[in-house]
Ligand binder design. Structure first.
Ligand SMILES: NC(=O)c1ccc[n+]([C@@H]2O[C@H](COP(=O)([O-])OP(=O)(O)OC[C@H]3O[C@@H](n4cnc5c(N)ncnc54)[C@H](O)[C@@H]3O)[C@@H](O)[C@H]2O)c1
Length: 257
């Protein structure tokens, strides 16, 4: 098992990609702090992990709130014995309306959850990691943060900034044995994307046509990449952005006919 004796805190792991990472890390021997704003969903994931014979706690906290984040990290360390792994996964999206119609409140909220949330969790768990001189952090960005996907005036720059934050923390914390990396998923089949596609009127079945591998990602595809980055096999990797997108980012095709 790759993660025996490790404790992982995964934000937003009540459902979707976060839940898949929590289950995958637990199957590899890690104990898990399951965070979500939705406590019921977090409890469900935690219960499933306990069914695998691992320890798990469900922690309700809003990652954008500094006090709640401090309590969440303290509960993880107090309840499970440390925070060797942090995955910043919690995220929300824009309204999906043209930018000129978008609300400032939603813009602030997307930045607050994605960027401020990632910063706050890194800052809080980072204190323990710096003291212990060990740690693995994976930030979940998005291919959106590397492109001009529209209309997403908050999500795209928030995810771009998460990549930038990954760079600076990787440099600052490398001397402490802490690896900080970013995964940028492509289109992945989760409740979040299903809701976003529905709002945008996009045809889910057609999304695969623009992906060289011919299908959307499954949460397990992202979880498998995250497992590699938090495992010992990735010990000399820090500051990287790893797209897990079935080739979407590099896809360019001349029009047919
Ligand atoms: N699904 C995709 O296509 C896709 C693509 C690229 C990147 N991502 C990113 O992957 C991550 C997970 O996405 P998903 O599709 O699994 O989403 P999801 O909505 O299915 O799951 C996200 C979870 O985060 C929780 N959450 C939301 N705000 C929170 C907060 N303030 N504090 C704590 N928890 C909070 C939600 O309750 C939910 O359980 C997000 O950061 C998302 O931006 C997703």
């Amino acid at each position: 098992m790759l993660l025996e004796g490790k404790v992982a805190l995964i934000t937003g792991s009540g459902r979707g990609i976060g839940r898949a990472m929590a289950m995958t890390f637990a199957r590899e021997g890690a104990d898990i702090a399951v965070n979500d704003v939705n406590l019921e969903a977090a409890e469900e994931t935690a219960e499933e992990i306990r069914g695998l014979g691992r320890k798990a706690i469900a922690v309700k906290a809003d990652v954008g709130d500094p006090e709640e984040v401090e309590v969440m990290v303290a509960r993880t360390i107090g309840g499970l014995g440390g925070v060797h792994i942090l995955v910043n996964n919690a995220g929300i999206v824009d309204q999906g309306v043209p930018t000129v119609e978008s609300s400032v409140e939603r813009w602030d909220e997307v930045l607050r959850v994605i960027l401020r949330g990632t910063y706050l969790c890194c800052r809080s768990a980072g204190k323990w990691m710096v003291q212990q001189r060990t740690g693995k952090i994976v930030n979940i960005g998005s291919v959106a943060g590397l492109t001009g996907l529209a209309p997403r005036p908050a999500y795209v720059p928030a995810k771009g900034a998460v990549i930038d934050l990954t760079h600076t923390l990787a440099v600052e914390w490398a001397p402490y044995g802490i690896n900080v990396n970013c995964i940028t998923p492509g289109f992945c089949l989760t409740p979040l994307s299903e809701e976003a596609f529905k709002r945008a009127g996009a045809d889910l079945a057609k999304v695969g046509q623009n992906i060289p591998m011919g299908r959307l990602a499954l949460p397990q595809d992202i979880a498998d990449a995250a497992l590699f980055l938090v495992s010992d096999g990735a010990k000399y990797i820090t500051g990287v952005t790893l797209p897990v997108d079935g080739g979407w980012l590099v896809y360019r095709q001349l029009p047919k006919g």
